[in-house]
Ligand binder design. Structure first.
Ligand code: SF4
Ligand code: SF4
Length: 339
């Protein structure tokens, strides 16, 4: 894997004729702003770039923490968009969280000459071997930039997207981003602006990583259970509330860490945790507490930090998440499911 400075492709290679459609798929986790990014991009395309555009999203069973896909279609103004099908064969894939590259479906359908924009920190990316050799890969550490700028990854990734595709005029898309926030959150305009610009400049083109030949096949997922095979009563057999049973990728740099010395086992944190990821056990016989808080199962923790805000003793601390920290401190809720 090598890196090089970003080289802009010719605009004439994109939307080359009236029949062409440029299709983008955002692979994301609820809460990272993929839906908003799609809307901003399609709106900018229609109102400011002279294109036709459409965007829509599909969500999991709950929005924040669940896989989310957002789709954007762009065509020349004279070519109407007559479909609202999910984008199965994208020209560009934008991956909002590095954890998503573990899911093979993330890259399904990418064209041989497609582009992948990845939110990931520096380091090896062996999972990307599945990509076609001829795909362009742009990497930007959007999570860290968003954290530093008090923005969200979507602003950073929109900047990188415009850098990768010059027909998406960066100044116009940035203005659309600013307008989106100017009404409801004027205080966020400057931070999103900075995040967008850093997405344009702090990007690395990763080369020599894909090994596949030709486009990847599209994935059409089949439901795990049909009406003849599902468990009686619609019982959900797996713990957790998403089909991946893993909300860890929705954390954006912070996690709660328990100091058992300070904990008085009052249960306040458990009352406010939306995902029931605090793990309790029996107290020692004869000890002061019948039930004691043992820790957090970070697999289900989305990092909302409500528990930290509610803790009366400061036993739960807002802590910067470093690689491996959550795994090392995790107290599993369902140890019987860990292989
Ligand atoms: S709110 Fe704080 S003190 Fe109470 S159980 Fe939770 S961590 Fe312990
Ligand atoms: S940060 Fe705290 S309240 Fe939020 S999901 Fe994690 S454990 Fe629950």
């Amino acid at each position: 894997m090598t890196s090089q400075a970003v080289s802009r492709p010719s605009a004439s290679g994109i939307l080359p004729n009236a029949a062409a459609t440029f299709e983008i798929r955002f692979e994301s986790i609820g809460g990272l702003g993929a839906h908003g990014a799609g809307q901003i991009l399609a709106t900018a395309a229609v109102l400011r770039l002279g294109l036709n555009g459409a965007s829509f999203s599909s969500y999991g069973s709950e929005k924040k923490g669940s896989p989310v896909r957002s789709f954007v279609r762009l065509t020349p103004s004279e070519a109407p968009i007559r479909t609202s099908e999910p984008v199965e064969l994208p020209d560009c894939l934008v991956v909002f969280h590095a954890a998503l590259i573990r899911n093979p479906a993330t890259f399904a359908g990418i064209k041989a000459d497609g582009t992948v924009i990845l939110n990931a920190p520096a380091g090896p990316l062996p999972e990307l071997k599945v990509l076609p050799k001829t795909v362009r890969v742009f990497r930007v550490d959007a999570g860290v930039i968003a954290l530093q700028e008090k923005s969200r990854p979507n602003a950073v990734l929109l900047g990188t997207l415009c850098e990768a595709f010059p027909f998406l005029d960066a100044e116009i898309v940035r203005e659309a981003l600013s307008e989106e926030f100017a009404g409801k959150h004027p205080e966020a305009v400057a931070s999103n602006d900075r995040a967008f610009r850093r997405g344009q400049t702090e990007v690395e083109v990763v080369t020599g990583i894909g090994e596949a030949v030709g486009a990847l096949p599209a994935a059409r997922s089949e439901p795990a259970w049909g009406f003849t095979t599902q468990p009686e009563g619609g019982i959900v057999m797996a713990p957790g509330s998403t089909f991946w049973n893993d909300l860890s990728m929705s954390r954006v740099g912070w996690m709660p860490v328990l100091d058992t010395e300070k904990c008085v086992h009052c249960g306040t944190c458990d009352l406010v945790c939306p995902d029931l990821c605090l793990v309790w056990g029996d107290g020692e016989p004869g000890a002061k507490y019948l039930r004691v808080l043992q820790g957090v199962d970070y697999r289900y923790c989305k990092g909302c930090l409500r528990c930290v805000e509610s803790c009366p003793t400061g036993a739960l601390a807002k802590t910067a998440e470093t690689p491996g920290l959550a795994d090392s401190l995790r107290v599993p809720l369902f140890p019987e499911f860990i292989k």
